[in-house]
Design a protein around this ligand. Sequence first.
Ligand SMILES: *[C@@H]1O[C@H](CO)[C@@H](O)[C@H](O)[C@H]1NC(C)=O
Ligand SMILES: *[C@@H]1O[C@H](CO)[C@@H](O)[C@H](O)[C@H]1NC(C)=O
Ligand SMILES: *[C@@H]1O[C@H](CO)[C@@H](O)[C@H](O)[C@H]1NC(C)=O
Ligand SMILES: *[C@@H]1O[C@H](CO)[C@@H](O)[C@H](O)[C@H]1NC(C)=O
Ligand SMILES: *[C@@H]1O[C@H](CO)[C@@H](O)[C@H](O)[C@H]1NC(C)=O
Ligand SMILES: *[C@@H]1O[C@H](CO)[C@@H](O)[C@H](O)[C@H]1NC(C)=O
Ligand SMILES: *[C@@H]1O[C@H](CO)[C@@H](O)[C@H](O)[C@H]1NC(C)=O
Ligand SMILES: *[C@@H]1O[C@H](CO)[C@@H](O)[C@H](O)[C@H]1NC(C)=O
Ligand SMILES: *[C@@H]1O[C@H](CO)[C@@H](O)[C@H](O)[C@H]1NC(C)=O
Length: 504
Amino acid sequence: MELITSITRYLSIVAILIRIVQSLPYLPEEADWNLNQNQTATHPLDYSGQWDDHIYNPSPENWRFPFYTIFLDRFVNGDPSNDNANGTQWEHILTSNEFRNGGDVLGLIDTFDYIQGMGIKGIYLAGTPYINFPWAADGYSPLDLTLLDHHFGTIEDWRTMISEAHRRGLYVLLDNTFATMGDLIGFQGFLNKSAPINPNEYDYVWKYERRYWDFQPGNEVESECPWEHPRFWDDNGSGLTTTTLGSSCRNSEFDQYGEVAAFGNYTEWEGQISKFAFVQDRLRGWRPDVLAKIKHFSCLTITMLDIDGYRVDKALQVTLDYLGEWSEHMRYCAKQVGKDNFYIPGEIVGGNSFGSLYIGRGHQTNQTISNMTEAFMMTNKTHKSDEDLFLRPAERAALDGAAFHYTLYRGLSRFLGLDGIYTAEGDPPVNFVETWNGLVETNDMVNTNTGKFDPRHLFGVTNQDVFRWPGIKNGTQKQNLGLYIASLLMPGIPIVSWGEEQDF
Ligand SMILES: *[C@@H]1O[C@H](CO)[C@@H](O)[C@H](O)[C@H]1NC(C)=O
Ligand SMILES: *[C@@H]1O[C@H](CO)[C@@H](O)[C@H](O)[C@H]1NC(C)=O
Ligand SMILES: *[C@@H]1O[C@H](CO)[C@@H](O)[C@H](O)[C@H]1NC(C)=O
Ligand SMILES: *[C@@H]1O[C@H](CO)[C@@H](O)[C@H](O)[C@H]1NC(C)=O
Ligand SMILES: *[C@@H]1O[C@H](CO)[C@@H](O)[C@H](O)[C@H]1NC(C)=O
Ligand SMILES: *[C@@H]1O[C@H](CO)[C@@H](O)[C@H](O)[C@H]1NC(C)=O
Ligand SMILES: *[C@@H]1O[C@H](CO)[C@@H](O)[C@H](O)[C@H]1NC(C)=O
Ligand SMILES: *[C@@H]1O[C@H](CO)[C@@H](O)[C@H](O)[C@H]1NC(C)=O
Ligand SMILES: *[C@@H]1O[C@H](CO)[C@@H](O)[C@H](O)[C@H]1NC(C)=O
């Protein structure tokens, strides 16, 4: 017994030493949360995992049913034992809205009667399921793309929840941040102030002891960048734009071009290559080997957890051509497990003309289809004569729709009486019939999987990123009027944010 104990102790010291010198992707202590089940894999592309002895849930033919959004952490606490999973002081603090409240996937199961009873058929979980900082309740700053956050539950808990959802005919959509991660990397000389866009890139410095397992920054300058630069579109979605980027780049798996605020005075292309809002490191998603890892990890989540779709976070900050490649791979991956209508909406905060580049095969402003009959009759076959109407072939369709439609939201905000500037480039008029007509003319709404015209924008009156209507005068009535328009008038998918059904 004694001997075994000391051997175990010796082995664990060796294991710790090995961990320091080389990143071992399979860690026994993380086995319940690690989506990679391949114990011998050292290269990320060898990570693998399937849900054994499981029949995967087929996709619905038609996604136009009511959706419900929640932040897991803010919903129901089904397993109090994981509230302080990291054992730190700044973690689970119920009286603060800055820290964790303790909601988790087991708590979600407890509320399925309630959710299903309202007629909801789709659940969109805001924030990724992956590990974040101990206090980061929203899940939008993943530190790893294969390790689940202990606070939400184990792989087994997730599978229990998703099986129960599917048994009840509910479909589950997870969030995917694509190339943005947590906040581990700073720019040399700019740790205490913001780093403006720098075409020559900055030297990186680690901010803490912590490292990403599967992605490495780098300071070496490649005078001739070995990877083709992405194509960038101008902010109006009217065509390609030139940038200040030169021919060199850093040999880095991260973009080190500086940082910009969440909203503000910068062009779309700058947003696509910079650290987001000063707090989310951005992977160089346009570098093929980095993209291959992002695709591989996103696919691993599908095969391990049997999810039904992804909502792409900050979708307009993903370089367009590479989002098309990723979406193509997601559809392929989902088809391997029998899901032939995997749903990929994305966050489109900007104006309709830039957003239109991302939907389906993509339309620039010179590619508007003015004949509505023709728009409705289109299929996923791009005929020779139509080729110049689209940016991409149907295989590379990027987004199936907007996850919360900001163009409609801006229109509703004006209609419901808010003061301010509620219009963005290319937004169709606020008269909702004209709004719809404008969207049909500018958004490719053909479902690439089925070849049919299939509008799948998620229309709502509020979401996790904007204010709650009942907080203003007559807000409850305004919210309900907005819900009638979003749910009963606009052809698409109605979505409510948790609490709206109770006038919160
Ligand atoms: C597991 O990793 C090894 C490399 O150690 C690789 O040869 C093998 O193909 C991987 N298995 C799967 C199922 O991907
Ligand atoms: C807990 O937090 C520390 C410091 O951020 C980190 O090194 C460790 O991996 C975390 N563990 C878990 C289970 O989150
Ligand atoms: C940042 O500012 C703090 C407080 O003024 C200071 O203690 C710290 O040394 C500064 N760090 C760097 C890297 O300049
Ligand atoms: C975008 O459109 C606006 C208004 O139509 C115009 O003022 C601006 O110059 C355009 N910008 C570009 C980059 O085309
Ligand atoms: C926005 O950025 C442009 C170009 O960098 C600059 O000319 C302009 O003054 C800025 N405007 C504001 C309000 O900061
Ligand atoms: C619109 O397209 C349809 C089908 O191609 C065609 O029959 C109709 O004449 C067109 N309408 C106009 C106004 O061009
Ligand atoms: C739109 O512009 C692109 C170039 O930006 C061109 O390739 C395409 O043919 C144009 N399409 C139409 C319908 O004018
Ligand atoms: C287009 O739709 C058809 C069904 O009509 C489907 O068989 C085909 O795979 C789709 N094509 C693409 C590129 O997805
Ligand atoms: C609230 O509704 C009442 C009754 O319709 C109306 O008289 C009042 O002007 C509204 N107030 C605001 C701020 O909209």
